[in-house]
Ligand binder design. Structure first.
Ligand SMILES: Cc1cc2nc3c(=O)[nH]c(=O)nc-3n(C[C@H](O)[C@H](O)[C@H](O)COP(=O)(O)O)c2cc1C
Length: 340
């Protein structure tokens, strides 16, 4: 098996194993959550550049669920049609298109008062103390995830990724560091995420993949470890999640002690082994040989390349050249790749 081999999951075909992971562009200068010409150039160039999967950046279910006012959103119907045109264009280049649906929770930097499971501030300068959601307010956000998922389906995406990582709202509920509640969402740390999964599942086609991005471990003192995330994943899968995108951290300002190529791959492999999930590994995998080895050694089913693809829109085509693997070059660009 190689990085550029295709795979079909449920009824969705992926032309290769390369994923462009969600990467916020903070480029909605109009502050209306709607894709603009920047998003077109950004995503279309990566589709032309051969990425098998493009996951559109964190797209928020509420205006106050944005990291910044410049995020994409799916909190109202007017946001659907422009997104739909972009998704359709990406598909013409053979990309499978996902979108990451999210709520930033206490990390909503531009909200006048962010919301969170509990009123504990993200421990870094410039973050505000959040309002602790009432049970009813939390249930309303579950509903907003459902509404946004319905809009994503209307926009024609192939799959949806729920953002359960990096210290945003779903993650905040699933972590004892940020969830000090006494209601149903405090008694069961997985419950908010489970309700989101069930609500989303109810409005997407049966055959559509529902992916969840999770932080496999937290780095803050007393943060949760892999045993907890594996239990969470089992709950989320029982509720309807099909595939898992394995990241880490984001609950606080500190990260891993050491950063090295593939530093999160072992988490992906352990989650794959413990849950039988189809997994995407991510994190410093921009060396094509390393990315290919992750697939060849069956540590993950997909490899996401973030900053590598930011730096080089044609990363996948260049990886094919480097690895001497066959990957279709767009006809108009073939002479550039076959200089004799
Ligand atoms: C500019 C930028 C924006 C990002 N935005 C998001 C995001 O919207 N959602 C998310 O889950 N992760 C986001 N990330 C994290 C990436 O998806 C990825 O997990 C991370 O960059 C590690 O992969 P890499 O080493 O290949 O870059 C972002 C990363 C970058 C560099």
């Amino acid at each position: 098996m190689s990085l550029l081999d295709p795979i079909t999951i449920k009824q969705t075909h992926f032309k290769n194993r390369v994923v462009m992971p969600p990467m916020c562009q903070y480029s909605v200068i109009e502050k209306n959550g709607i894709v603009n010409s920047w998003h077109w150039q950004h995503y279309v160039s990566r589709a032309v550049g051969g990425a098998g999967t493009i996951i559109i950046e964190m797209t928020d279910v509420d205006p106050d669920g944005r990291i910044t006012d410049f995020d994409l959103g799916l909190w109202e119907d007017a946001q659907v049609a422009p997104l739909k045109s972009l998704v359709s264009e990406l598909k013409t280049y053979g990309a499978t298109v996902g979108i990451q649906i999210a709520h930033a929770g206490r990390k909503a930097e531009d909200a006048s008062q962010p919301v969170a499971p509990s009123a504990t501030r993200f421990p870094a300068p410039n973050y505000k103390t959040p309002h602790a959601l009432s049970t009813q307010e939390a249930e309303k956000i579950v509903q907003h995830f459902q509404d946004s998922a319905r809009r994503a389906v209307d926009a024609g995406v192939d799959f949806i990724e729920l953002h359960g990582a990096h210290g945003y709202l779903i993650h905040e509920f699933q972590s004892a560091l940020t969830n000090h509640r006494t209601d149903k969402y405090g008694k069961d740390l997985a419950l908010f995420g489970v309700e989101v999964v069930e609500a989303v599942k109810a409005v997407i086609p049966e055959e559509m993949i529902l992916q969840l991005r999770i932080s496999a471990v937290e780095y803050a003192p007393n943060g949760y470890q892999l045993d907890h995330s594996i239990q969470l994943i089992k709950r989320y899968m029982a509720a309807g999640v099909d595939t898992i995108h394995v990241s880490s951290g984001g609950e606080g300002p500190t990260g891993p002690n050491k950063l090295y190529a593939g530093y999160q791959v072992d988490y992906a492999k352990k989650i794959k082994d413990a849950t039988n999930a189809i997994v995407t590994a991510v994190g410093l995998l921009h060396d094509p040989a390393v990315a290919n080895a992750v697939i060849a050694s069956n540590k993950a089913d997909f490899v996401a390349v973030g900053r590598g693809i930011l730096k080089d829109p044609y990363w996948t085509l260049h990886a094919g050249e480097t690895l001497h693997l066959n990957t279709p070059i767009p006809k108009a660009y073939q002479r550039g790749f076959r200089i004799r």
